[in-house]
Design a binder for this molecule. Structure first.
Ligand code: SF4
Length: 353
């Protein structure tokens, strides 16, 4: 089985695992999955959602090695990263794993502000689980710059992480959380020198993005879907933001950080057409923005927890179509300095490029 086909299958169908850590249960981004490293790629595989019980994929331990099997047939060996830094505690006794986690193979990632102004409103994004991990005590509400600098430095020394992903819940202030992203990024950069990625909602005042210039290397400004009807249904808070505000923020980001250093998540499987994803990706790539296409990840206890991800065949079709667009526009994950596009655990687009 080709690696790209296995990666797409696992992203959409998940794998039944026992005896290995199943990964973070909730939180921002594609949670409820474990990091599977096989054949020189890493994949954030669903391990805890309802549909995983239907998956033909299992992970079995054989002679001390973990093997991915499909319907009992051996596919390939797999290993799971175990981050040493996550075993440590801060001076004031906070476990490092409540401050940041290893994502992918070599990325230290965190949600700097674990609360969102839309969370307790009907406007919240239905695919998101940002405050569920806070409620379960798996993380803390607001990470201090000095805490993140300490943890990122330990992750660099002990686990050889090579880049950083910072995301945030949207705040009620005009900067939408960008000020705290800049403060934490500055502290991490000073302590580690690592390349840093920051994700945020497009601010009304574009100059807010400029303050990230000296501490961040890449940014993520996620439109999630180009289908405004779908967006209105699944993420009313994002649908309320004029589309042109996203466009201006992407352009500002490319002007500051360069082509390939700005990205947007595009979630497939929320009712949108293939065309909206393919043509939306074309528009992004022509702006110099990387379309980070991921299958919907129904996270347990989130508003879309009972949904089903799109089929692997549909995702393969989307990845093949968009990879052609990336070739024609010179946009590539390989040119990205930090974050999800460099990590690629949650998307298979890189293996189709
Ligand atoms: S792609 Fe992004 S969200 Fe996914 S594991 Fe990597 S850093 Fe985390």
């Amino acid at each position: 089985m080709e690696t790209k086909d296995l990666k797409v299958d696992l992203l959409c169908l998940g794998a039944r695992v026992s005896g290995v850590h199943k990964g973070r249960k909730a939180g921002a981004g594609p949670a409820a999955g474990g990091m599977f490293i096989f054949r020189n790629t890493v994949t954030n595989v669903p391990t805890q959602s309802w549909f995983v019980s239907l998956s033909p994929y299992t992970v079995d331990l054989e002679n001390g090695r973990y093997i991915i099997k499909r319907d009992g047939e051996r596919v390939t060996e797999v290993r799971f990263p175990a981050a040493k830094f996550q075993e440590l505690k801060t001076k004031d006794g906070i476990p490092y794993h409540k401050i940041a986690l290893l994502h992918g193979r070599n990325c230290v990632a965190t949600t700097t502000i674990q609360t969102c102004v839309y969370w307790n409103t009907p406007k919240r994004c239905k695919f998101c689980a940002i405050e569920l991990s806070l409620r379960s005590g798996a993380t803390i509400a607001k990470k201090k710059p000095e805490q993140l600098a300490e943890v990122a430095l330990a992750a660099k020394k002990l686990d050889h992480v090579t880049h950083v992903t910072l995301t945030t819940g949207t705040t009620a202030t005009p900067d939408k959380g960008i000020n705290h992203l800049a403060e934490t990024a500055r502290a991490i950069k000073e302590a580690t020198g690592l390349p840093i990625h920051a994700q945020f909602e497009p601010p009304e005042e574009l100059s807010m993005i400029d303050i990230l210039y000296d501490s961040v290397d890449t940014v993520g400004i996620h439109v999630e879907s180009f289908d405004r009807g779908v967006l209105n249904e699944v993420a009313p808070c994002k649908a309320e933001i004029p589309f042109q505000q996203f466009v201006e923020a992407w352009k500002r980001g490319v002007k500051i950080f360069g082509e390939n250093q700005v990205s947007s998540y595009l979630i497939a499987g929320m009712g949108e057409s293939d065309e909206s994803i393919v043509e939306g990706s074309r528009m992004l790539a022509e702006l110099g923005v990387y379309p980070f296409i991921v299958p919907l990840r129904p996270i347990p206890d989130s508003d879309m927890g009972n949904e089903k991800p799109p089929s692997p065949d549909r995702m393969r079709h989307l990845y093949e179509a968009v990879a052609k667009i990336l070739h024609s526009t010179g946009i590539s994950w390989m040119k990205n300095k930090a974050g999800c596009v460099r990590c690629m655990a949650c998307s298979a687009l890189s293996v189709f490029e």
